[in-house]
Ligand binder design. Sequence first.
Ligand code: MSP
Length: 645
Amino acid sequence: MERKKFYITTPIYYPSDKLHIGHSYTTVAADAMARYKRLAGYDVMFLTGTDEHGQKIQRKAEEKGVSPKKYVDEIVATIKELWKLLDISNDKFIRTTDDYHIEVVQKIFKKLYDQGDIYKSEYEGWYCTPCESFWTEHQLVDDKCPDCGREVELTKEESYFFKLSKYADRLIKHIEDNPEFIQPQSRQNEMLNNFLRPGLEDLCVSRTSFNWGIPVTFDEKHVVYVWIDALSNYISALGYLTEDDSEFKKYWPADVHLVGKEIVRFHTIIWPIMLMALGLPLPKQVFGHGWLILEGGKMSKSKGNVVDPVVLVDKYGVDPVRYFLLREVPFGSDGIYSEEALVNRLNSDLANDLGNLLSRTITMIEKYFDGIIPEPKEKETVDTELENMALELPGKVDELMNKLLFSNALTEIFKLVSRANKYIDETMPWILAKDESKKERLATVLYNLTESLRFVSVLISPFMPNTPNKIFSQLGIKEDELKTLESLNNFRGIKPGTKVEKGGIIFPRVEFEKQEAEPEEKHTVKSEAKTKTDEQAKPEITIEDFAKLDLRVAKVIGCEKVKGADKLLKLEMEVGEEKRQVVSGIAEYYKPEELIGKSVVIVYNLKPIKLRGIESKGMILAASNDDELTIVSPLTEIASGSVVN
Ligand code: MSP
């Protein structure tokens, strides 16, 4: 019989060397789902990749003095490494710079043009470079980009447009008829009420102001920009419009596109309309998950080691990091991330509950049965309770996984772990062991514990791919057929007589050491980009609060690197008559010689502090986001010491 297919995708990632634990979230979740479906016997296609074109990349490559391709090649290699480190089991990795993808995008663009869905016109609007999005005046929020809250530029240029409006009614109907299409439900309402029902404007799909993109074959000064290029990856990766489109025929439509909430709109409006225009079926579901945020606001790699997935995996191991990501936060919601919470989870769920269950079980089998798993005998009520809970678990997990409720699925699995630990306390094997006539009872109890551990191991394997084998090997389970989902319809899987092999502690407890924030972090203003949902907005202040700040223009008259501190520059400032010294964490962004002679704005009345033993009086204002930082400077020359207000 032909196996059922399951096609799951992550978004393709922008090449950034600053991928943080939040980015790993979508990919780890997709991986858990792909692994679960493989376990359930599906023929799975799991796709991820990188989204490599656009003005932003071009600018960055120029800044670095390398070609855009060279620039992305290096970063893509580190992204692939990261997925390897996190045990991501993707079947394919697509790069939008791959030749086959480029050709498919060109064919799609031409097809849509030939059938009249793409037309040429002139665009005048507001452009957000970081998001690579055009906005109309009324879409802006406080004159800023409605997606990321950053500054936008007024732009006018000849462009091709895609007739989104033509398909809007069909899409509304599709969404209404298929409540599973956009999940969670709240995002569906948002799309219908905020975007589709008010009416769609046609979408600008080409640019002429930069060239790092896919050329439009029939009008070479245009490059296809962003969404037609990026979204097509989900079908080009399967060979759509290529000589061999067998995988496309086999796996399309996708079962799930997993995306972060900020790109739900592209995936549930632009993408389905592109597919409608191409005459292709729509994906069965787009699931928009929430964000991991830090207590102080938006996550970014500049927040240091606490968010660096490589550092975290190195410190805590890949399985605990994956477990934490999927357990801590219900998948549709935003969640606060902290390293302390990760350590707490590791200690309580993994070291205490699961780790202890295994070591207690193995120790008792060694002690009371010379390391041989005994044959279970008559059941008592407490045994049946444990057994029933185990036997019902796969069904519950299946239901939750099919709704992408990872955290709930893990909660259910760990209920069995807790139940088994409680079972030990209730049955008190150490008392049974004292009485020879209770030997059979003791055998039953210990056998049931090994089976419970087997059930847990099979079910956690999609989330923690390395842990099950450690458990199986301690339990002496070698047969692959005892590691399958089907084998969980029987609570008598393990053969009595199997020899256990005590191994090391699978999850050593860890002590959480609170890291002091890097001093240079504190010393530059991080203007967190404001998002639509405003998670990181600071509380409102009064004009009196603001008046407490003494901001002044200062001129940099000398500047050098601070020895032994990669991020720090020591700047000599002239502020009116006064000379003062400021230390600032901007060495990664500016060379000393670039700053000498420049006017900047400083917080003049900030309490002096010492950084690496050097006194710093005042703080330089700079704007920054995840990837970039720029010093705030007066637009025209003005005397140093001038007051800023
Ligand atoms: N290139 C686009 C997607 C195009 S898909 C056709 C893109 N790339 S991204 O690199 O910015 O984001 C990749 C994924 O990481 C997105 O799903 C995004 O939501 C996710 N995350 C980035 N930061 C995140 C958190 N702090 N928390 C959870 N996920 C977040 O968007």
